[in-house]
Design a protein around this ligand. Structure first.
Ligand code: TXA
Ligand code: MG
Length: 326
């Protein structure tokens, strides 16, 4: 059987042609790779769900080339949402807005809202501009699994499930942010964070001057609960270097243990270091590749020392907490 084709970054026209023909494109973005389809095509979007093994009632984000396209999909663009778009698009932020009639149930999961994002990646932006329309794209992984941050990850996860005659992956290099976009509900008086990401509630407050309703670190976007972002390995979370030593010592008698921890923390004896980030940004960037590496090595356990801070560390803690429920 032939394998799905991986295009080079400059082969944007070929990727656009695939979208026009109703095919799927493994599309690089700065957060994670998406599995993209024409957001106006019920059949193409249905294939996203089939390939991912994703429940039908989960809404997908519609990716657009610029804020000028918001009116194509949303009936209302409140001024604070416009401020956010001006400040953070293109970028790792999805705005939930009231939908208009173009945003069909097959992208909104039947909700009266639509999620819109302008990704900050040259290949994604070139594909979106060339295509012109909206591109529905969830993360390009099997439902519940770790999101992909490289074309190789997409190929490994979905290569067998994509159709070599209709679909392609386009290689735009490694995703630089590494965790999915911040999702902000803009349908109320004040913005509400539904999923933490690189854009934090402090960023949102600074730009809008509004209070962001305190949702803590809980997850409110439909389809983000449960065991998400989970590798096959069992993930254990710790807060300190001492706890890391203890947990690894208890596990390492039985099996190989992988460790994720900031660079300043020493690798406990008997553990395999999967990531040693020098910053919270780097922790996020390397997170999913590290979890995938654990599975590639067949490790039974991963112990992660949670990063501290109110920046992108919030998103890293969120994803690791859910990986630990897997
Ligand atoms: O960074 C990202 O957001 C990546 C890249 C590819 O853009 N995409 C991504 O898509 O993470 P996905 O499908 O894996 O996660 C999208 C989340 C889902 O949890 C979904 O529930 C939420 O966005 N979402 C989409 N539309 C929504 C809506 N109208 N209302 C509430 N949540 C929505
Ligand atoms: Mg996802």
């Amino acid at each position: 059987m032939s394998e799905v084709r991986v295009l080079a970054a400059h082969e944007v026209d070929a990727a656009v042609a695939v979208l026009r023909a109703g095919g799927l494109v493994g599309l690089p973005t700065e957060t994670v790779y998406g599995l993209a389809a024409d957001a106006d095509s019920a059949d193409a979007v249905a294939r996203i769900y089939a390939v991912k093994g994703r429940p039908q009632d989960h809404p997908v984000i519609v990716h657009i080339s610029g804020a000028d396209k918001v009116v194509d999909w949303a009936s209302d663009f409140p001024s604070y949402a416009q401020q956010l778009a001006a400040a953070f698009w293109p970028g790792p932020m999805t705005l939930i807005l009231r939908r208009n009639q173009r945003a069909h149930d097959f992208v909104t999961g039947g909700q009266d809202t639509v999620g819109l994002r302008v990704p900050n990646h040259p290949v994604a932006l070139a594909v979106l501009s060339g295509f012109g329309g909206g591109v529905a794209a969830p993360s390009a992984n099997q439902f519940g699994a770790v999101s992909p941050t490289s074309a190789a990850h997409v190929l490994a996860d979905l290569g067998e499930r994509l159709d070599p005659h209709r679909d392609v992956i386009i290689d735009g290099g490694d995703s630089s942010v590494g965790v999915e976009s911040t999702i902000i509900d803009c349908t109320g008086e004040q913005p509400r964070i539904l999923r933490p990401g690189a854009i934090t509630s402090l960023d949102v407050e600074r730009v809008t001057g509004l209070n962001v309703s305190a949702m803590g670190e809980a997850i409110k976007a439909p389809g983000t609960l449960d065991s998400h972002y989970a590798p096959d390995a069992t993930v254990r979370l710790v807060d300190t270097a001492e706890q890391l030593e203890e947990v690894v010592a208890a596990l390492a008698h039985h099996q190989f243990v992988g460790v994720l921890a900031p660079e300043v923390v020493q690798t406990p004896r008997g553990a395999i270091r999967l990531s040693m980030p020098q910053s919270n940004l780097q922790y996020a960037e390397e997170l999913y590749a590290a979890l995938r590496e654990a599975d590639r090595l067949g490790l039974g356990h991963v112990v992660a020392l949670l990063p501290s801070g109110d920046d992108i560390a919030i998103a890293v803690r969120d994803r690791l907490t859910r990986a630990a429920q897997g």
